[in-house]
Design a protein around this ligand. Structure first.
Ligand code: NOJ
Length: 519
């Protein structure tokens, strides 16, 4: 585990702990379940795992409302289970990133209970409190990220002030201008670093700083669904200079813990230059490129997103690529089954660090969750349903009643059904990951686009004599792509196409290929 730069050439895999594996039959996934299934990640060929929050949480936002940052939710296990998970992951050569949720806590966190208890409490200033506007009502026009919530403010009747919350009212925002808050969060980072974690995924890294004067956002944004997606206007509660300063502080804490510890930010921004600022030296190692994630499934649009980010990155900056997570509809449901196979080739051959979301390696689709079983305040249950390990009622996830439906088991979308099937989505992922691991050009090589017919995205990845051509069909049309003499097909997303010498290349519908070129 000596490689301090593992995060550049490695591949990460996101686990949503409540939905991965349930060891005790209560229907909710837990840490022991994850530990028992780490072999799947090692077999798949990833390098590290990011665990969404497993801390004590009332569950309003399923772990993203943390009531104790340095413990494990009893529903999910104990600190000893966390230690065992870390030890087993490291034994298998897997790094572990835990989720750091620094923007807000649960309203049940002892810090907030103290803070709201009285205006004179020593922790009052740990959260964002403000008097009502002069005529009454919320202090400014900021809105929550969850459209159903509305204003980002809730009145605390007992003390007569509003508190700010970027998400639900049960997730009050911490006041990052308060030095005690900064010290407390440093302590959280150190706690997990001391236990051996290899880094953190930082929740809403773009939200940490807020203008101190709590001024209104530009009125043009008043009706916007999500401030974060406005392309140009400066927003007073997002992407602030102070927020960047806080992240650089986190960076000093992880650097002090030794090499190989990594910060991966969830910075939801629209412009590549904004993303690039998070990757300046001394700030984050990695930050998700959401412009890539949300690009329409179109050859030109995906290429434009990739290249805009690459062009904006500071020296040493490195892309982080994902096509789904617990907040976004599943790839198969957004793009289609054949397209999802091509998407896997794209994700695992581009320049940058790919992050897979559990179940995508099987082609899991969104599962319809009937209203009476819905859990999430923002409608994200369909993409958070339990991992499918085997056919049958509990999908091998639980022996009890799963907390979210496991979906229809008849379609072969489970690990057991796919493991021995060379045509499966799982087999495709294993082959892609093995190929990436064995191919320096794919892990760390340069990127250069090559001319291709409409609807095809093609690029070269090169590392010295190691030269790889990737060609991806984004449409149902077939297309001829030029290949030099001596090309060898290494892999196709089409299970019916065998590898070998490739004198000419006609891409089939929605086909993606990886080709070795002569050096
Ligand atoms: C981003 C997380 O990914 C999402 O699931 C959560 O609801 C919000 N941050 C609030 O923590």
């Amino acid at each position: 585990m000596a490689d301090g730069e593992w995060w550049r050439h490695g591949v990460l895999y996101q686990v949503y702990p409540r939905s991965f594996a349930d060891s005790d039959g209560d229907g909710v996934g837990d840490l022991r379940g994850i530990t028992a299934r780490l072999g799947h990640l090692a077999d798949l060929g990833v390098d590290g795992v990011w665990l969404s929050p497993f801390y004590p949480s009332p569950g309003v936002d399923f772990g993203y409302d943390v009531s104790d940052h340095t413990a494990v939710d009893p529903l999910l296990g104990t600190l000893a289970d966390a230690d065992a998970l870390l030890a087993e992951a490291h034994r298998l050569g897997l790094r572990v990133l835990v989720d750091l949720v620094p923007n807000h806590t649960s309203d049940q966190h002892p810090w907030f209970l103290a803070s709201r208890s009285s205006r004179d409490d020593p922790k009052r200033d740990w959260y964002v409190w403000a008097d009502p506007a002069p005529g009454g009502g919320p202090p400014n026009n900021w809105i929550s990220s969850f459209p159903a919530v509305g204003p980002a403010w809730t009145l605390d009747a007992a003390t007569g002030q509003y508190y700010g919350h970027a998400f639900t009212p049960q997730q009050p925002d911490l006041n990052w201008w308060n030095p005690e808050v900064r010290d407390a969060m440093d302590g959280v980072l150190r706690f997990w670093l001391d236990r051996g974690v290899d880094g953190f995924r930082i929740d809403v890294a773009h939200r940490l700083g807020k203008d101190r004067d709590l001024a209104d956002n530009p009125p043009e944004l008043a009706g916007a669904r999500k401030y974060a997606w406005h392309p140009t206007l400066r927003q007073r509660n997002l992407n602030t200079a102070e927020g960047h300063a806080i992240l650089r502080r986190f960076r000093r804490v992880v650097d002090a813990a030794g090499p190989g510890r990594v910060l991966l930010g969830e910075a939801v921004v629209t412009r590549p230059e904004e993303l690039a600022r998070y990757l300046e030296p001394g700030e984050l190692h990695l930050a998700f490129d959401f412009a890539f994630t949300y690009a329409p499934w179109d050859a030109a649009a995906v290429r434009a997103a990739v290249e805009a980010t690459a062009a904006a990155l500071p020296p040493g900056g490195w892309p982080t690529l994902t096509l789904s997570n617990h907040d976004i509809a599943r790839i198969v449901s957004r793009l289609g089954r054949a397209q999802a196979r091509t998407a896997a080739v794209l994700l695992l051959t581009l320049r940058g660090t790919p992050v897979l979301y559990y179940g995508d390696e099987l082609g899991m689709a969104d599962v319809e969750v009937p209203p009476e079983l819905a859990r999430d305040p923002d409608g994200r249950d369909p993409q958070r349903t339990p991992m499918r390990w085997s056919p049958g009622p509990g999908a091998g996830f639980t022996t009890g009643t799963p907390w979210l439906p496991v979906g229809d088991g008849a379609d072969g979308v489970d690990v057991a059904s796919q493991a021995a099937d060379p045509r499966s989505m799982l087999a495709l992922h294993r082959r892609l990951l093995a190929l990436r691991r064995a191919t320096p050009a794919l892990q760390r090589g340069s990127y250069r686009p090559v001319d291709a017919p409409d609807g095809v995205y093609a690029y070269l990845r090169e590392d010295g004599a190691d030269r790889i051509l990737v060609a991806l069909g984004f449409t149902a049309r077939s297309a001829d792509v030029a290949v030099p003499e001596g090309a060898m097909l290494l892999l196709s997303s089409d299970p019916d196409r065998a590898g070998g010498p490739l004198p000419a290349l006609r891409l089939g519908a929605h086909e993606g290929v990886v080709v070795r070129l002569p050096s």
